[in-house]
Design a protein around this ligand. Structure first.
Ligand SMILES: [Zn+2]
Length: 362
């Protein structure tokens, strides 16, 4: 049944105010009035209501201006809404409990033995806190379709119902997102890609994936399978069954396992290592050209081990991109490395949960 317009409007305004505070941090009522385009009395009524429900508190901040009068700041109460986030990798599991406003309330990490099933460690690392949180989101490297991991090079999973396995392990529902998309959400929300309209995040783990965030919203329906773009038709056989995929070439260069050795050797002047980096940089640039042509991002972030690759060998990536994309698409494109580094996917998984909560509140 539809809510009366006034009640619905109030719900929307309440969600907008909480989201504003969650993303931008404590601020004055005057700043909220301006940011949300609502009048002062509406903000006042919402603040009172949200303080009564325990979601926000008004605190006296540092004095501003020459008058020296302290300003009253509206801030989130972190414990009022919590989201559980897990990042699953082949060699480790990470957990964070994140509160409203983005504060990390709990954090833990555990190493996994080679070949061990991460699901067996999930209930231990999340403890009882996952069950008590408002949302729970897991970031998994690979092609994710709803709760199912259709293909993960890194984990060796094909068509695994990860959402069901996580629920069986912890006794609560989980949302599953791919690592690259989660990291893109993290960088857009908490990194310095906040102004990006179309943010493409490339994640280099044992496989290569990419995630897209458009106007702050994660692209639904799974990540971009960067690693399975064919760069050498009829080339080496890939684990996915195709031939000449970027990942197959990456494996031939030994990058999935031993990238650091190559960059170190290249840095010391080893001509063969330099050549391998340049050739892989070209392959990556060509695959990226196809993705840029299809999606038209304004910003590309190189994450995981691709960060080091980009820092050490940006030129072949850029020149391959220049050969394969329209000038119009290139002219507005920024290439960078992520500021959250290795934390992006875990933070982004939590932020994916908060985005879902704010949507439900509206
Ligand atoms: Zn492949």
């Amino acid at each position: 049944m539809a809510l009366p317009p006034a009640v619905e409007l109030r719900r929307r305004n309440r969600a907008a105010l909480l989201q504003q505070l969650h993303r931008h941090g404590p601020q004055t009522r005057a700043a909220l009035t301006e940011a949300l385009g609502l009048n002062r009395s509406t903000i006042g009524a919402l603040a009172t209501e949200l303080a009564e429900s325990g979601h926000i508190e008004e605190t006296t901040g540092q004095s501003t201006g020459s008058a020296g009068r302290p300003s009253t700041l509206v801030a989130c109460v972190p414990q009022s809404i919590t989201v559980a986030a897990v990042e699953i990798r082949a060699d480790r599991l990470r957990f964070a409990l994140v509160g409203l406003g983005g504060e990390v309330l709990e954090r833990s990490e555990t190493a996994l033995d080679e070949g061990a099933d991460p699901m067996t460690a999930v209930s231990v690392i999340t403890g009882g806190t996952a069950a008590a949180s408002a949302e729970a989101v897991a970031a998994v490297p690979g092609l994710v379709d709803e709760g199912t991991v259709a293909h993960s090079t890194e984990l060796g999973w094909i068509d695994r119902d990860a959402a069901a396995d996580l629920e069986a392990a912890t006794g609560r529902e989980w949302q599953v997102v791919d690592t690259a998309t989660a990291a893109a959400v993290g960088e857009w929300t908490r990194g310095d890609a906040r102004d990006s309209r179309k943010l493409l995040y490339l994640h280099g783990g044992r496989g290569l994936t990419a995630g897209l965030v458009i106007e702050g919203r994660a692209q639904r329906g799974g990540s971009i399978q960067l690693g399975h773009i064919v760069v050498e038709p009829g080339g080496r056989e890939c684990a996915c069954g195709l031939r000449g995929c970027l990942e197959a070439e990456m494996e031939a260069f030994g990058f999935g396992e031993d990238f650091e050795t190559t960059t170190l050797a290249a840095g010391m002047g080893d001509a063969a290592a330099r050549d391998r980096l340049r050739r892989f940089g070209e392959d990556l640039g060509w695959a990226l050209g196809a993705v840029v042509t299809a999606t038209g991002p304004d910003e590309i972030l190189f994450g995981g081990w691709l960060r080091e690759l980009y820092l050490s060998t940006a030129a072949p990536v850029r020149s391959a991109l220049a050969e394969t994309t329209l000038p119009h698409l290139r002219s507005k494109l920024r290439l960078r490395t992520p500021v959250l580094g290795d934390e992006g996917a875990l933070i982004g998984a939590a932020e994916t949960g908060f985005a879902a909560l704010f949507d439900q509140m509206r």
